[in-house]
Design a protein around this ligand. Sequence first.
Ligand SMILES: Nc1ncnc2c1ncn2[C@@H]1O[C@H](COP(=O)(O)OP(=O)(O)OP(=O)(O)O)[C@@H](O)[C@H]1O
Length: 265
Amino acid sequence: MIALDTIRVVLDGRRALNDIRLRIPPGERVALIGPSGAGKTTLLRVLGATLRPSAGQVSVLGTDPWALSPAALRALRARIGKMHQSPPLPPRQRVVTAVLAGRLGQWPLWRSLASLAYPLDIDGARAVLAPLGLDERLFDRCGQLSGGQLQRVALARVLYQQPALMLADEPVSALDPALARSVTLSLNDTARARGVTLVASLHAVDLALDHFSRVIGLRDGRIAFDLPAAEVDPVRIDALYAGAGDAAARDDEPVAVTTRLTRCA
Ligand SMILES: Nc1ncnc2c1ncn2[C@@H]1O[C@H](COP(=O)(O)OP(=O)(O)OP(=O)(O)O)[C@@H](O)[C@H]1O
């Protein structure tokens, strides 16, 4: 279970998130939409236990990350799989090694180093790549793959990690519409099949409405609506994006709570 209670995040004197109240039960697939600067990435960072809010209560996978010891926080983060717009995959890295890197945070150091030198679980990597149509590319270098294939390798890596929670920050923004739809489908299908909670930010509203069970509209750091996808109508979408352009709500009041930022890779 994920629970956020009256979360506020202040960055450089501006409220990036304000009064966020949210509960996400295990296995739910949630899309975050909203104009640029609405706070989608900031919210994902709070959920990923890499950004400590300025105020409010956070519970991720049933735990308050900020009450944990450093080792327990690392263990919690190892249960959270993350995907980004541009997967950080070195061009010379082989696909198999890129996938196996998904468990580096869980393996002892000797095994991680050994796996970088020689892939230790080739069958495991093949098993996650096969449903994504990439098992033939196991020993290719990442630099030989297209953007859509790379994003599927990033998805395979997250799946190999066997996370309890998947967070995706604009995972398909760099892809053409057909590939964007196919990767979104793969992301949702695999999350559904494995019962993993998925939270993804998307600029493509149609993908959010077509593939996710629940859609949260963010604007100016606040939740504008939080509805089943079937109940999100065009009027709401127009209102969410109307006149968008300001990056975030200006915080004219003095900031009472010190910003506590914890940045992690
Ligand atoms: N490191 C930072 N320092 C200061 N302000 C920040 C920082 N990161 C984000 N912000 C501000 O916080 C607000 C929310 O940003 P965020 O990146 O979460 O929005 P977003 O909805 O993900 O936008 P986009 O769709 O453009 O990626 C914006 O006003 C942004 O300028």
